[in-house]
Design a protein around this ligand. Structure first.
Ligand SMILES: Cc1cc2nc3c(=O)[nH]c(=O)nc-3n(C[C@H](O)[C@H](O)[C@H](O)COP(=O)(O)OP(=O)(O)OC[C@H]3O[C@@H](n4cnc5c(N)ncnc54)[C@H](O)[C@@H]3O)c2cc1C
Length: 288
């Protein structure tokens, strides 16, 4: 704490990117990760603390051209209150419904959840399944520039992303899945609302007749970042979700995960959870 020498509260994205360009800045959004991390000594404040909560360009949820743009400052509560998110990005909505307590949900932002890059970050798992892209803004030559990175490439490891020190996460873009796409988010923790996940699963598909199509599966807390499960997806795509198919998908998923043992669960228990809970979640896949 003692290392902060300047506090900045920009009121535009341009101004925020300019402050970041000057260097030595810690970005503050809801503070629900940053404050406990700095108090525990795991993260050190930079000399400039920049509170981005007054930047209007980082707010709002809007659909345009089949893509839902969610501003980095959108809170978990705002995601839960959005009819668009509830109806069309229901996997993301479900993850917010499993997220912490009301007090944390009111402050915690989607941008903070993404930049914190926890392997167990709850919104990351459905956003991966939904093929989200993040938008990063910076002013490298004095003019505001933006680049888009698929979420799967943005996340590099626990607490690590490809965001440069002069870049601000501006928004996350989510292509609308087809209206028939349906799925389920599952989170296992000792107290599911209040605990960080021991594992989480986001799985969805479109049921065409009895056949599963457009299958998407992502896992949290079973690898250094949340991951997609392409082999499990392939084991289901174009198939009837009978017992043999679900077992094949659950077995394929076990080849894709690399869980560790920690205070929340052993690697053995995480593998058991993935195998058994994926089958349960998939037995509802495609059904609204
Ligand atoms: C009691 C408690 C319960 C929790 N439960 C859950 C849970 O159930 N699920 C879950 O996933 N998480 C949980 N968390 C973690 C935390 O609430 C989330 O990760 C939250 O989304 C972080 O958002 P924030 O706005 O508070 O981020 P902050 O703490 O403000 O920032 C987090 C990090 O991201 C950076 N950052 C933030 N915004 C930007 C931006 N726009 N551009 C660049 N960098 C940025 C900050 O510099 C910091 O490094 C919990 C935390 C607490 C304290």
């Amino acid at each position: 704490m003692a290392d902060i020498v300047q506090y900045k509260a920009p009121t535009s994205l341009d101004e925020a990117a300019g402050i970041l360009r000057a260097g030595n800045v810690t970005v503050l959004a809801g503070g629900t990760d940053l404050m406990p991390q700095t108090q525990a000594g795991r993260v050190k404040f930079q000399p400039v603390l920049m509170n981005v909560r007054r930047v209007p360009e980082l707010r709002g949820i809007a659909e345009e051209g089949g893509v839902v743009r969610i501003g980095a400052l959108v809170t978990i509560t705002e995601l839960l209150e959005s009819a668009l998110v509830r109806e069309r990005l229901n996997l993301l909505w479900q993850s917010c419904d499993h997220f912490a307590s009301d007090q944390i949900r009111n402050a915690a932002t989607v941008g903070g959840n993404l930049c914190n890059a926890s392997p167990a970050g709850d919104t990351l798992v459905p956003l991966l399944a939904l093929d989200a892209t993040v938008e990063l803004a910076a002013k490298p030559n004095g003019t505001l520039q933006r680049r888009r990175v698929p979420l799967a490439q943005f996340l590099l490891g626990p607490g690590r992303t490809c965001r440069g020190p002069a870049e601000l996460l501006a928004a996350v873009d989510v292509p609308l899945p087809s209206a028939e796409f349906a799925g389920e988010f599952y989170k296992h923790g000792t107290r599911p609302g209040l605990d960080i996940s021991a594992i989480s699963i986001a799985a969805g598909a479109v049921l065409e007749g009895k056949i599963l199509t457009r299958v998407r599966i992502a896992f949290g807390a079973v690898a250094p970042t949340p991951i997609r499960a392409p082999r499990a997806e392939a084991a289901l795509e174009g198939r009837v979700p009978d017992e043999a198919t679900l077992e094949a998908a659950a077995s394929a998923a076990l080849e894709e995960i690399h869980p560790i043992s920690d205070v929340r669960a052993s690697d053995w228990y995480r593998r058991e959870l993935v195998h058994n809970m994926l089958k349960r979640v998939l037995s509802h896949a495609g059904q609204p």
